[in-house]
Design a protein around this ligand. Sequence first.
Ligand SMILES: Cc1cc2nc3c(=O)[nH]c(=O)nc-3n(C[C@H](O)[C@H](O)[C@H](O)COP(=O)(O)OP(=O)(O)OC[C@H]3O[C@@H](n4cnc5c(N)ncnc54)[C@H](O)[C@@H]3O)c2cc1C
Length: 391
Amino acid sequence: MTFPATRADALAQLEAFLPRAGRAYAATRNDDAGPRSAGSTSRLSPAIRRRLVSEAEVCARVVGAQGFGAAEKFIQEVCWRTYWVGWLEQRPAVWARYVADVARLAGQRHRMLDAALAGRTGIDCFDAWVAELTETGWLHNHARMNFASIWIFTLGLPWQLGADFFYHHLLDACPASNTLSWRWVAGVQTVGKSYAARAEIIQARSGGRFAVTAPLAREAVPLPPDFIPPPQGLRAAGRAEADLRTGLFVTTADLSPETLPLPPLAAVAAMTRIGGAPAAVKRLFAENALGDGLARAAAHAGCAPERLDEADAITAMRDWAARHRLQQVVTAEAAVGPVADRIEVLASALAGDGVRLVTLRRDWDAAAWPLATKGFFGFKAAIPKLLALAS
Ligand SMILES: Cc1cc2nc3c(=O)[nH]c(=O)nc-3n(C[C@H](O)[C@H](O)[C@H](O)COP(=O)(O)OP(=O)(O)OC[C@H]3O[C@@H](n4cnc5c(N)ncnc54)[C@H](O)[C@@H]3O)c2cc1C
C-alpha cells in the first residue's frame, strides 16, 4: 500500500484510480482483501485529509473521467467527509467533550484494554487490524467500522479510547471523520442507530482472510445518547487585504495553499515539526507532506521557505513577522481540531503586535459547511451545487 505524501504523487495516484472510480468502485468498495491487495478504493484519504489534493479537485477529475452517473457513489463518499467536517464546525463542543473524555479515561488500564491495544484479543480480524493499523497507519472503511463495533460492543471498551487509538495511528486522522464515525458506530451520533459487526459479513468482505470463530456481540445496543448541541453557525471567514505586507503560514491542515487566491507574499513559513505525539508512521507521513507543501508554497511566492521553532511557537511566529515587517499573516483555514486551536493562539499573539492573522476558507467549505446542520440525506441534495464549484 502506498500513501502519497506529496501533491505530485497524490495527483498521480488520483489519475491512476480514475478508471476504477465509477461503477467498479460502487460494486466493490466494501471489499477489503488486505494491505497486500491492490485495494478496492482510492487510498487517497491521507492526501485528502491534508489537502495535498482538495475534495473539489478529486471530484472534478472523477466526474470528468466517469460522468456523474457512474461516479455518484464515489462522490458521495468524498462528500461524507465534507459533511462530517461541516457538522463538527458547527458543534465544536462535541470535539471539546471528546478531548476531555479521552483525558479523563486515559489513566484507566485494564486487561481488556491492554489486550485490544496489543492486538491480543483472540478475535482474528480485530488482532490483524491492530497490526495493520500500527504498521501502515491506515485501514479500509469496512475494517474501521467492524473494528469500532467490536471494540465497543464485544470488548465493552469506551468508544473514546478507540477513537483516540485510531487518531494516534491513522495517516488520515481527522477530528471530524474519526470522532463522528466512532460516535455513529456507538449509536450516539444518529441517536438509536448503531453498527453491529457480523462474522459472516467480515468473512465475505475480507477475501477469506479471517475465520472469525471467536464470538462477537449478538447485539449492538446503542450507548445512552449524549447532548448534541444545536448548530451554532460558522466562524466568520477571513479576508486578506491585498495592500498589506503579507506572510503565508503553512500548516498540515491544508498543504496546497498556493491554489488559494493569495495576495502577494513577502515570506512563507511552517513550524519545524508537526505538533502532538502521533505514532512514528503518522509523524513521518505528516512531516514529509508538510515539507512538500512548504516547498511548493515558497516556490509559488518566490521566497525561501522558513521553519519556525515548534518548541517556542509564539515567540518564533512573532519574531518571523517582525523580521519581515509583516502586517498580515494568511493561512488556509483549519477545521475544528488541534491545528485550529494552535492558529487561534498564534492569532492573538500576533494581534498584540498589530499583525492580523487571516484564515482563508475554501469555496468548497464555504458552500458546504452551512448545509451540514442535520443529517447526510439533506446535505446530499446539495452535491450538484458543490460539483458546479469544483468544475
Ligand atoms: C470508525 C471510523 C473512523 C474513521 N476515521 C477517519 C479519519 O480519521 N479520517 C478520514 O479521512 N476518514 C475516516 N473514516 C472514513 C473512511 O473509513 C476513510 O475515509 C476511508 O477508509 C479512506 O479510504 P479511501 O481513501 O480508500 O476511500 P475511498 O473509498 O476511495 O473514498 C474517497 C474519499 O472519500 C472520503 N471518504 C470515504 N469514505 C468516507 C467515510 N465513510 N467518511 C468520511 N469520508 C469518507 C475520504 O476522504 C476518501 O479518501 C473513518 C471511518 C470509520 C468507520
